[in-house]
Structures are given as C-alpha cells and as structure tokens.
Design a binder for this molecule. Structure first.
Ligand SMILES: Cc1cc2nc3c(=O)[nH]c(=O)nc-3n(C[C@H](O)[C@H](O)[C@H](O)COP(=O)(O)OP(=O)(O)OC[C@H]3O[C@@H](n4cnc5c(N)ncnc54)[C@H](O)[C@@H]3O)c2cc1C
Length: 525
C-alpha cells in the first residue's frame, strides 16, 4: 500500500533500477508493470498523485467513439480491450454504464451511420450491446429532453470510473509488489555518467513547511532554511519521464507536446437528472459533449482548447467554456435554463497531446501516445487513461526493461493486472455512488488518511475523495468533521489545520469555482 510518505532523504541511499517521474496514470502504470517484474522502482511526483491531468479527465474508461469516427481503429480496439479488462478486474471502480447518443433530424451522424459505427465498436470490444431507442422511449426516460427534431437515440455501453482513485489503486498495487512512491518531490534535472542517471530533486513538502515556518521562526530558521528547497540527488540505472503535459521540460529533446485544456462543470443531480450518459453534439461546432451522472452529481463536459497558461498552476475553466457548456445543456433540455448559480464546481485539465505540427483544430489532433528517447532518458506522453497498461509496456520496452518477446506476450496476456486485494471502504471511488455522509464519510476519510500518503488537505478532499468537486463551496460544511481525523492521523496542530483549511479554500476559490462574468477568458479560441 502507499502508506505514509517516506522522507525523501531516505531514498538517496541506493541506486534504483528505475525512477519514474510523474504520478499520473501513465507513471503509475509504468511503476506497477516494473514493480511486478521485480525491478527496484521509485516513482516521484512533484505535487500530489493524480494532481495533473489524471484527476481531471471525463472519467470514461472507453474506446472513444470519436476516435473510431476519425478512423483510429487501433487506438479504439486497444482501448476497448483494456476497458473490458478493467471492468472485470476492478468492478467497484470501473463500472459499465449505458450511453445514449441522441440523434436529431438533419444532423450527422444519423441512425444508420451510428448503428454501423456501434456495430464495429462492439465488435472490437468483443461484445454486442447496442440498440435503437425510439423518440417515445427516449422521452419516457428523459422527459426534460427538448423534442425539437429528435429522432431517437442509439443506446450502447461504455464505462465510468473515478480517475484519481484509479491512479491510487494502481499505485497501491505497485507498492504491494515492492515499489516505492513519493509525492511532493520535483525532479529538476537529469544527468548521466557511466550508465547511471543522477536526478536532482526538490522536496516540495519540506519547502512548503519551511515557508510556513519561516514567518514564525526567525531564529530557528537555520534549521529550516537548510532544508528549504534543498536539492537531493538520487541515482538510477533507468529513468522514464512520464510527466504528461510537462514532458517537454525534462525530455531533453525538441518540443512535442501541445497542451490542450478540457473543462467540466458539475451541477446537482436534482437540477439536471440523468441516469445514463448522454453524448450530444454541441450546436455550435458539432463536437460531442457528455452529460453524465457521476458520484451523485451531474457532470457536463468537455471542451477542447489550446492551453498556453503557465503549467505550474492548476488550470482554470474559463468563462467562455462555462458559457459553451451551459449553452449545450440549455439547447437540449426544456427545463428552466441552467445558470452559474446552479454550478457546484468546475474542473479543468490539460491533455498532453502529441502535436501533429500541422496547426489543426485542437479536437482533430490524435489522442495516441508516443515514446521517445534522448540521451538515454525515455519520455512518454499523450494517450489516454484507459490505455495506461499498454502505454506502460511501450515505455518499459523502450527503456530495455522488457524484451520484445515478453512485450508481445504481456500485451495480449489474460493474466490479471491486479493480484492483491485492497480493502478500501465500500463505495470509495465508485463512479455512481454519491459521496456518503456521517459515519460512512468519516470511515472513508479515516482509511485514506491511514493508507494513502495524504500531505495536504486538498489531497484528501480533491483527489483521494471528491468532496471538493461534488459539494458546494468545496465541502466547507464537512470540514468540522474532517478536522479531528486529520489532526489525529497527520499530527496537525490547530495552527497547521488553520493553514491547511485556508490553503484548501483558496485552491477551491481560484481553480474550482465559477469565474465572474468579467473575468478575462484565457485561451478561449
Ligand atoms: C478534459 C479531459 C478529459 C479526458 N477524458 C478522458 C477520458 O474520459 N478517458 C480517457 O481514457 N482519457 C481521458 N483523458 C486523457 C487522460 O486524462 C490523460 O491522457 C491522462 O490522464 C494523462 O496521464 P499522465 O499520467 O500522462 O499525465 P498527468 O496525469 O498529468 O501526470 C503527469 C504528472 O507528472 C507530474 N510532474 C510534472 N513535472 C514533474 C517533475 N519535474 N517532477 C515530478 N513530477 C512531475 C505532474 O505534476 C503530473 O501529476 C482526458 C483528458 C482531459 C484533459
């Protein structure tokens, strides 16, 4: 299990077989596949695990109908096979769910084109699970749906998950195989000599604590400033840079990644009740946008824009994106229009897209991953949440840690990826279970604090649980219940709790709330 955070200085005493940089789903997958093969592997994440894109996706473990529509059959087939594997292996975390692709007169694709696409989609997955829903049946199921030009819907199935819980589950498995992971450690430089890489790393937790301390402890500051931003060096025989949208910063090669932002909004399920995932073509640009139930709320997204903001800060869902998503919902449902005040929270993420270099529309760039090497450093970026196992195999083969025969065998193996049981509290991370209240919520929090390397309050409330996404004002109303558990397990004093609570509310305010109408919208494209 992940357990408590190790002191980074204790990680300097050995030469690792492999250091994986980046604690998103890609890094976690590589970590697990290396650890299960007996490698001495260490994973380092500059912030919290899944802090990057892997807590901000559309939470779909899917083949991706649009990739099939773009002719990307291999990516769709691989994703669908991995979807089926995850459905079988993690039934409490990856859940099959019905999707409805609504069809309106005069819009492409129509019923028969969709039927052909879904036949191929199911065929590639090895299932048969789609059918036509007449307009009457569709409206009986979704009485609020605007019936103008509505012809019906194709019903098919795909899967939903909780992306950051999926990352945590993969990390637990890697640790149970003997791997070691550490959050809040930033890799700042990679050099190599005599077949050994030296990584300069910064302990950002130490840095955070030192910053907090330095205001109150002028005289004691020798001790803390000695540690503040202290650079440690770690050694390893292999290194894989799995830093997603940040990959160009460490790859040592020419720039390849085109960061693209995608945003979602969350609204109360009572305000927009949907039991199934709706795939709707946006009236503005014909892009598919999803409206789906997730952890007790309704989620709407996503957008697709070039993201030029500084990647050291969390991305923000812009005013223009909110308007775009509200426009979609309000064009499809004949209820009282959704407005800003209905939005519980927003969430923006940055896709690591491998640039085609052709300057094409962001939505048209391929979603495949790429692995490349420069001066011995293997970099992997792009791809999807769904295909993390296959991405890991590609990266490990490029690093020379698995040979071509084993690679081929592992790609097709039916051997389970998850061998250990992790007894998490019921429904933690179940994509269709509402956040519990009272004793059940406290049980989830207690377990997470014991076993999941929580350093800051936002780790607990935005990634290990989704309190901050699904409750209004970041779940301010449950902080009083959370406080004694944090103080008990993390040893926080009253002052530390106050500092953490204010840091958390600041993050919620800046990055997960609705920007005011006059906020300049960045990258609105
Ligand atoms: C809006 C949106 C919707 C999506 N929807 C889906 C979906 O429904 N299904 C699907 O399959 N895929 C989806 N994706 C794609 C998927 O989310 C990403 O491909 C995946 O999460 C990328 O994972 P990653 O590990 O490569 O990157 P990340 O999750 O970003 O992880 C990289 C990590 O590296 C860390 N890092 C960076 N620099 C350093 C450093 N110097 N030292 C240490 N650590 C460092 C970062 O902090 C970060 O946590 C979506 C993406 C977006 C943006």
């Amino acid at each position: 299990m992940l357990g408590q955070r190790p002191q980074p200085s204790t990680l300097t005493s050995e030469v690792w077989d492999l250091i994986v940089i980046g604690g998103g789903i890609t890094g976690a997958g590589i970590f697990l596949e290396a650890a299960r093969r007996g490698q001495r592997v260490l994973l380092l994440e500059q912030q919290d695990f899944a802090w990057g894109t892997s807590s901000r996706s559309s939470k779909m473990v899917h083949g991706g109908l649009r990739y099939l529509g773009q002719g990307d059959i291999r990516l769709t087939r691989d994703s669908l096979r991995e979807r089926e594997r995850l459905l079988k292996e993690l039934p409490d975390l990856v859940v099959r769910h019905p999707y409805l692709f609504t069809i309106r007169r005069g819009r492409f694709p129509g019923r028969w084109a969709m039927k052909a696409v879904l036949w191929l989609y199911d065929f590639l997955a090895g299932i048969r699970d789609h059918h036509w829903l007449s307009v009457d049946r569709l409206l009986a199921q979704l009485p609020g749906l605007n019936s103008d030009g509505l012809v019906g819907a194709m019903r098919y199935t795909d899967a939903l998950t909780d992306d950051s819980r999926l990352v945590a589950r993969v990390l637990h498995e890697g640790c149970l195989h003997g791997g070691q992971a550490c959050n809040y450690v930033e890799v700042t430089q990679i050099s190599s000599a005599n077949k050994v890489f030296t990584l300069s790393v910064k302990d950002r937790h130490k840095e955070d604590s030192a910053k907090e301390d330095s205001s109150k402890k002028e005289d004691d500051s020798k001790e803390s400033s000695k540690e503040e931003g202290a650079t440690l060096t770690l050694q390893t025989r292999h290194v894989i840079n799995a830093t997603g949208a940040w990959a160009d910063q460490l790859s040592g090669s020419e720039k390849k990644v085109r960061p693209q932002r995608g945003s979602h909004i969350f609204v109360p399920a009572l305000r927009l009740p949907v039991d199934e995932c709706l795939a709707i073509l946006h009236p503005d640009d014909n892009r598919p946008v999803f409206v789906f139930p997730w952890e007790g709320v309704t989620c709407i997204g996503t957008t697709d824009l070039d993201h030029s903001a500084d990647l050291s800060f969390e991305p923000i869902c812009s005013r223009a994106e909110i308007d775009y998503l509200l426009r979609l919902v309000n064009s499809q449902f004949s209820q009282v229009p959704l407005q800003d005040k209905d939005i519980i929270s927003t969430m923006a993420g940055v896709r690591p897209i491998i640039a085609s270099g052709k300057g094409i529309d962001p939505s048209k760039e391929r979603r495949d991953h790429e692995v490349w090497e420069k001066d011995g450093v293997i970099t992997v970026s792009g791809g999807k949440l769904t295909t993390f196992r296959l991405i890991a195999l590609d990266a490990l083969q490029a690093a020379g840690l698995i040979n071509p025969v084993e690679y081929k065998h592992s790609q097709a193996t039916t051997k389970p990826m998850f061998e250990f049981a992790v007894q998490a509290p019921q429904q933690l991370g179940h994509p269709l279970a509402a956040l519990p209240t009272g004793a059940a919520l406290r049980e989830q929090i207690d377990w997470v604090l014991r076993y999941e390397m929580v350093v800051h309050l936002d780790d607990l409330l935005l990634r290990r649980t989704r309190v901050g996404n699904v409750l209004a004002q970041g779940g301010q109303q449950v902080l009083a219940e959370v406080r004694p558990l944090c103080q008990q397990h993390l040893g926080w004093s009253d002052e530390q709790w106050d500092a953490e609570a204010s840091r958390y509310m600041n993050i919620i305010q800046r990055y997960y709330s609705v920007p005011s109408s006059n906020t300049a919208a960045a990258d609105t494209a």
